[in-house]
Design a protein around this ligand. Structure first.
Ligand SMILES: [Ca+2]
Ligand SMILES: [Ca+2]
Ligand SMILES: [Ca+2]
Length: 393
């Protein structure tokens, strides 16, 4: 067999590993045996390269990349194999991973809020409450108090694009063929509307991310969970909107018929060439622009769902919002467990290609609709809880 120097070095290292203890082998970057907790990531970064790769777990193909993140829902012993597919210099490395129970019992609910960036809206500064002098850190803490555990206090994300980013005290495993986590909001069905399900569906788009660089922060690639409207021709991908802080010199114009006290309150422009205002209503007369934000403009980019509002009376006095079939937050009532549950395997990249994630550490939800509905105002996603479905209660 023809060998090049590099390959023979690796083979020698591989053989040496069999007769030695579990110390890492210089040049390969992999151990023989690893010990991790369940739902804890094991990052495997081989230091060797080839033309193609294959990772298997208990004989099943799991990845074709050089690096691989292993994470298991269940305790036990797993047999992994890393293979370089190369006709001239094939190479395999066997790994045993022993998955044990965690030292401190996990909670299935949110344990950390990383970001809270609502767009302006009628519940902003009240859900949660902004008190004079509150900093961004104060607001993050308030949001964390609202949606952690089973505290079940609704937070608003404001108009289109506003978002929250949260995580758990462990990695949520992507179990094949199963939904992996559930979200709670304040959607409801309207029994007076016939035909399609409708009511208050203020659908939020859900994104997921795995802490692939291992620094504990949500600074890794994000993937949208492609819900039922992802491929709808009326859905706009790569949509951008910019909101302006209220102009102190604006002329205050009211429209009492719709309970509006300030028609030209918060101006916005979007990437479709549209511009308009979020009016202030008499029902919610606090500031709508986040009180802790110094910037005079807020820009958000994402996927915009098709408008789902129906003007029942035709006069803007009674709107109902049609539900999307599946795959969105705050879209069906909380009693609909399955319709509020999400499969990490729905993840797609920015080009719409399916992405295979072993699990996720971060969830981001943002308001997916940009529409104004008369007396009920702009559409905003609300969230009150999240749960990993793979931890028995
Ligand atoms: Ca899954
Ligand atoms: Ca990270
Ligand atoms: Ca809502």
């Amino acid at each position: 067999m023809k060998k090049i120097y590099f390959a023979s070095m690796i083979l020698a290292a591989g053989m040496a590993a069999c007769s030695q203890n579990d110390s890492p082998i210089v040049g390969v970057g992999l151990d023989d045996v690893y010990y991790v907790a369940r739902m804890e990531k094991l990052r495997l970064d081989p230091a060797i390269t080839g033309t193609a790769y294959r990772w298997t777990v208990d004989g099943k193909d799991v990845a074709d990349t050089r690096d691989y993140i292993f994470v298991a829902k269940d305790e036990g012993t797993y047999r992994l194999q890393f293979e370089i597919i190369d006709s001239a210099n094939p190479y395999t490395w066997d790994i045993t991973v022993v998955v044990r129970h965690e030292d401190v019992e996990y909670t299935p609910y949110i344990s950390k809020v990383y970001e809270y960036c609502p767009a302006p809206g009628q519940f902003v500064n009240t859900m949660p409450e902004f008190e004079s002098g509150d900093t961004y850190a104060d607001m993050l803490r308030k949001v964390e108090n609202c949606i952690s555990g089973t505290n079940d206090e609704l937070i608003t994300l404001g108009a289109y694009g506003g978002y929250v980013t949260f995580g758990f005290d462990h990695t949520v495993v992507n179990v094949e063929g199963e939904k992996d986590f559930r979200l709670w909001g304040n959607a409801f069905y309207d029994a007076t509307v016939e035909g399609e399900l409708s009511g208050s569906s203020e659908a939020g788009i859900v994104m997921v991310s795995i802490d692939s660089n291992g620094n504990g922060r949500p600074d890794d690639p994000w993937y949208e969970l492609a819900g039922s409207a992802y491929a709808d021709p009326a859905t706009i991908h790569g949509y951008t909107i910019t909101y302006l802080a209220p102009d102190p010199d604006r002329e205050i114009i009211a429209d009492k018929s719709l309970g509006i006290i300030d028609l030209n309150y918060i101006g916005w422009k979007d990437s479709e060439g549209a511009e308009a205002y979020i009016p202030k209503t008499t029902f919610h007369n606090q500031d709508y622009y986040p009180g802790w934000v110094d910037a005079s403009a807020l820009t958000f980019t994402g996927t915009r769902l098709p408008d789902n509002k129906i003007d029942v009376t035709g006069r803007g006095t009674y709107y109902t919002l049609e539900t999307f079939a599946w795959g969105y937050a705050d879209n069906h009532p909380n009693s609909e467990a399955d319709l509020n549950s999400f499969d990490i395997s729905w993840a797609v990249d920015s080009e719409g290609r399916r992405v295979s994630l072993p699990g996720i550490d971060f969830v981001r939800v943002y308001t997916g609709l940009n529409q104004y509905c008369g007396n009920i105002g702009e559409t905003s996603t609300e969230i009150s809880r999240a749960q990993d479905l793979h931890l028995p209660l």
